[in-house]
Structures are given as C-alpha cells and as structure tokens.
Design a protein around this ligand. Structure first.
Ligand code: FA5
Length: 350
C-alpha cells in the first residue's frame, strides 16, 4: 500500500488476503461453499465491504466502489477456479481407482411425460386452429360479472347454486366454467370471429369418480352473421372424430343454460364400461360431455354486440371427462392427483 492510499484500502486488502487464503484451503466442495457464503453471502465479509460505500464521503465513493467491486470479482473468480479444480481432482481420483468400471452402463435419467390432459388439449387446439379458430387464454380468477352476470345469471338465479365456487375477499371468484371468457372475447375481438379457450375451472363440489372440484374445460365460441345450430353440430362432430378416430355413440338432448337459447346437452356413450353402466356414468351408460347452444341475446348485448346483427354458438366441453373417455380412466381424481405413476402410463403415441 502506498503512503497516498486511502484509509479503507487496508480493509479491502485484508479482506482479499483472508478470502483468497480460505479459498485455497477449501479442498472439497462443501468447504468451498462455506467459504463462498462467508465471503459473498448476504452477510459475507466482501458483501459487508460492498455495502460500506454509502457511508463514505461523496468524493471517495467512486474509487471505493471500484476497489470493492474488483475485490468481489477476484474472490468470485478464485472460487470458480477452485471449484473446477476440486471437481477435476475428484474425477481423476475416480478414474485412477481400480474398482471403477467405465464400461458399466450409465444411469437412465427419469423421463417426463406429457400429461394426457395436455395431450388432448394440444390435439384439439390443432384441430380448431386448422378450422380458423384462435386459441385464447383467460384468467382463472374472474369477476362475478364475467362468470355469472354477463351470462344472464344474476345473483338471485337458481343456476348459481349448481356452480358454487371459491370466493376471494376482493369479491372475485375462481371461475366455475370457461364460459366466463365469452364476454371478454366479444369485447376483445371485432366480429365475426371464432375462438376456443381451454383452461382449469373450479367448483365447490363433493368429488366422485366423474366429479372433481378442479377440472378442465374447453370453450368454443363462434360469432358471426347467420350462425346456426348446423355449424355447431358439425364442429362438435369434427372435434369428437379427431379425438376418438372412430365412431362413438352420442346423443343430443335439450339442455338448459341461461346463456344459450336453445341449449343442448351432448352425451357420449361411456367408454369406460362400453355403455353397460359403471361408477363413472352412474350406471346410466352415458356421460355428459359437451353442453352447447346458440348464444343468448342478453349475452351478446353484454358483449357489446347487437343481437339483430350478430348471432353465435358456444359449447363448453368437459375436457377432463373427454380425457377419461379417450383413455378409459375410471376415476377423474387420478388426473390431477399428482401421482407420477399415473402419467407414466401415458407414453408417447398412447
Ligand atoms: C357449463 O359449465 C357450461 N358453461 C357449458 C356451456 C358452455 C353450455 C357454452 C352452453 C354453452 P356444465 O356445468 O354442465 O356446463 O359443465 C360442462 C361440462 O363440464 C360437463 O358436461 C362435464 O363434462 C364437465 N363437468 C361439469 N362438472 C364437472 C365436475 N365437477 N368434474 C368434472 N367435470 C365436470
């Protein structure tokens, strides 16, 4: 240190000497990590010196900052070099060891799998984008307006009882269906447009083989002039044949939803039991899969559209149930149960 060196230079030099010596003395990775934390960690010696810059006179700060920064770089580089050396030494020692057999096969890394829900969703996205649909992503935390009121379900409506959900203190809720995106889409796009919006939905629900409190749906919405039930049924037929790649028995019956008029329920013959009756289809042989209908004029109005000019259709596919039907899954709770063995059963191409 020259006689003109500032007073703090002593501290910087002392810290450098101590930290670099400690690095050299650390001969295994754990010890080196301790040295790293002691020097560069939140409460480390070098970090403390870095923080000291604020206490110095303005005229000294630049020089001090540069010195402390270079100390930090020096210590970081020394630690990296030491770490490389420790690793190289460990490998060399292992290779020298006569008991090491380099011809043994390596360990197989655990391979992940695409979840069947994601696989079916991606396939459907492909089918619908090929028909000119956009794929939209809307929030799971929704306003009461978008989830209910805009869909012709005011607070007093009995349909609310069928879709109770989890409420936030702010008055928002976890959406009960992907239909919550319908009015958002109408505000977002100029008609005519067509879109699907898949996603997770939530209900206050006691669970069984075919009901979960958290499950997936996929909404389809088409807004245009002269839109008809014919378009709707054709899109649903395309959807089902893309997923099953064979004929499956379906039945269409009238269904009531306040946000469509007319409304339908499309059921599919239970693919778990082949229609004989099981816990998934509640012994009926049929599974509710694809409710749909023509968008109610009040919903079009809530979306800022004139019902005399624009019409639309919508469907709300039970995506989790579709996955169950496609793969013959006998309990919906397996889908989001988090047991990796379940997902491992679905390898590529399944
Ligand atoms: C709805 O959620 C409407 N939003 C669907 C709709 C959209 C109708 C557009 C008309 C126009 P529903 O509550 O029936 O309807 O649910 C739709 C589908 O989700 C059901 O057919 C079923 O396949 C699935 N589903 C409903 N509840 C559950 C549950 N608890 N667990 C798993 N899947 C369920």
């Amino acid at each position: 240190m020259s006689s003109e060196s500032p007073a703090w230079q002593v501290d910087i030099d002392a810290a450098a000497t101590a930290a670099l010596a400690a690095v050299t003395e650390a001969t295994d990775l754990a010890a080196l990590r301790e040295v790293e934390v002691a020097a560069l960690g939140r409460k480390g010696s070098v970090t403390a010196l870095m923080k000291r810059v604020g206490t110095l006179a303005k005229t000294e700060r630049r020089a001090y900052g540069a010195a402390a920064g270079s100390l930090r770089q020096q210590v970081t580089a020394a630690i990296e070099t030491q770490r490389d050396q420790i690793r190289a030494a460990a490998i060399a020692a292992e290779l020298d060891d006569d008991t090491f057999d380099e011809t043994l096969p390596g360990l197989n890394p655990a391979r992940g799998h695409v979840h069947p829900l994601s696989r079916v969703r991606l396939e459907l996205e492909e089918v619908f984008t090929s028909m000119g649909f956009s794929v939209l992503d809307y929030p799971e935390v929704e306003s009461e307006f978008d989830n209910f009121e805009a869909l012709n379900i005011p607070g007093w409506h009995p349909a609310r009882d069928m879709q109770d959900t989890f409420w936030l203190k702010s008055g928002h809720l976890l959406r009960t269906h992907t239909s919550a995106g319908q009015v958002r889409a109408m505000h977002q796009f100029k008609p005519p447009f067509r879109a699907i919006f898949p996603g997770k939905v939530y209900r206050y629900e006691s669970t069984d083989a075919s009901h979960d409190h958290t499950f997936h749906q996929l909404e389809g919405l088409m807004i245009g002039r002269h839109v008809s039930v014919g378009h709707l049924l054709d899109s649903m037929r395309t959807l089902l044949s893309a997923i099953f790649k064979r004929d499956v028995q379906v039945r269409l019956r009238p269904g009531y939803f306040p946000f469509v008029e007319p409304g339908f329920e499309l059921d599919i013959s239970c693919q778990v039991c082949g229609g004989d009756g099981c816990s998934v289809c509640k012994q009926s042989g049929w599974v509710e899969l694809l409710p749909c209908g023509l968008v109610h004029p009040n919903v079009l109005r809530a979306g800022g559209l004139d019902p005399d000019e624009w019409q639309g259709w919508a469907f709300g596919l039970g995506l989790s149930r579709l996955v169950m039907m496609r793969y013959g899954v006998s309990d919906i709770r397996l889908l989001l149960g988090g047991d990796a063995r379940f997902v491992e059963g679905f390898h590529a191409g399944a």
